[in-house]
Design a protein around this ligand. Structure first.
Ligand code: CP
Ligand code: NVA
Length: 309
């Protein structure tokens, strides 16, 4: 089923470098407009967006809802108990019904297959607001933040320390489109998905390394990045993971090893004292809050692209 002029946003690697850079440029442009107080740019006037959340959220919910409103549209929050996608109703029915009321659908789900099914059956664009597998909007915001703080994304060294999770998969997909040096340092057995890693390496765009040695990995990093050790849906493993992940905390010593130019990034929410210390989050080279703000600006550009605006 073709969506003429409309595009899903499910994986960064569904797009070429030109398109990703175009979206990031647009994000900068619209960010400036919004931050200038300009309120007459309302390209989404009269449009509505359904936001499906099977998991909790602060950033994703608030940034999408506020962002779409600032572009002139109206967003509806559908929480875990509202739709109960796949339980109360089949995903393919949800997709087709919501498409009749709304111009765009954003969804945060557990199984990645759910977002693929939504996109398959919806007749409006579907945006991935995180699945167990990936989190493309987050990494677009991260890319925008790096461009703002470092001046570029290409040729930088990004070292992710921690669990080889959905965040890492989106970093790998970005690295298969835009050339930079990506290193994931994780405990043995917590590496990112092997097929996703292989595909990113085979793309031949970026230098990609998966290692179990965070101290060696961070040397010369432009960005040291981390995320929770137990993602949503894995919270019952949290205690076990705290033991296995000893030595992978991003602390003052690791940031020291990274060197003076390294910024700290974290998609948030952070568990201070677990994957990251309070001190490094509060340090002057931490850019976690500009990074969080950029969720909204990156997503505004993603929504405009999805809607062909
Ligand atoms: N980073 C992120 O997606 O945050 P939320 O889970 O609060 O949306
Ligand atoms: N890896 C985390 C990211 C939260 C934004 C999770 O999936 O819970």
């Amino acid at each position: 089923k073709a969506k003429a002029g409309l595009k899903d946003f499910l994986h960064i690697s569904d797009f070429d470098k030109h398109t990703i850079m175009k979206i990031l440029d647009r994000a900068k442009e619209v960010k400036e407009l919004i931050k200038s107080g300009e309120r007459t740019y309302l390209p989404c006037k009269g449009k509505t967006m359904a936001m499906i959340f099977a998991k909790p959220s602060m950033r994703t919910r608030v940034s999408f809802e506020t962002g779409f409103y600032l572009l002139g549209g109206h967003a509806l929050y559908l929480g875990p108990n509202d739709i109960q996608m796949g339980k109360r109703e089949e995903t393919r029915d949800v997709a087709r019904v919501l498409s009749r009321y709304n111009d765009i659908i954003m969804a945060r789900v557990f199984a990645h297959q759910d977002i693929l099914d939504l996109a398959k059956y919806a007749t409006v664009p579907v945006i991935n607001g995180l699945t167990d597998y990936n989190h493309p909007c987050q990494i677009m915001a991260d890319a925008l933040t790096m461009i703002e703080h470092i001046g570029r994304l290409e040729g930088t060294k990004v070292v992710y320390v921690g669990d080889g999770n959905n965040i890492v998969h989106s970093w790998l997909m970005l690295a298969s489109v835009i050339p930079f040096h990506f290193v994931c340092a994780c405990p043995r057995g917590f590496e990112p998905d092997a097929r996703t890693t292989k595909r990113a390496i085979r793309a031949g765009v970026s230098k990609i390394e998966i290692t179990n040695d965070p101290k060696e990995a961070v040397k010369g990093a432009d960005v040291v990045y981390t995320d929770v050790w137990a993602s949503m849906g894995q919270k019952e493993e949290a205690e076990y993971r705290r033991k296995v992940f000893q030595g992978f905390q991003v602390d003052e010593e690791l940031m020291e090893l990274a060197g003076p130019k390294a910024y700290l990034m974290h998609c948030l929410p952070a568990e201070r004292g677990v994957e990251v210390t309070d001190g490094v989050i509060e340090a002057p080279n931490s850019i976690v809050f500009p990074q969080a703000e950029n969720r909204m600006h990156a997503q505004n550009a993603i929504m405009l692209h999805a809607l062909g605006l």
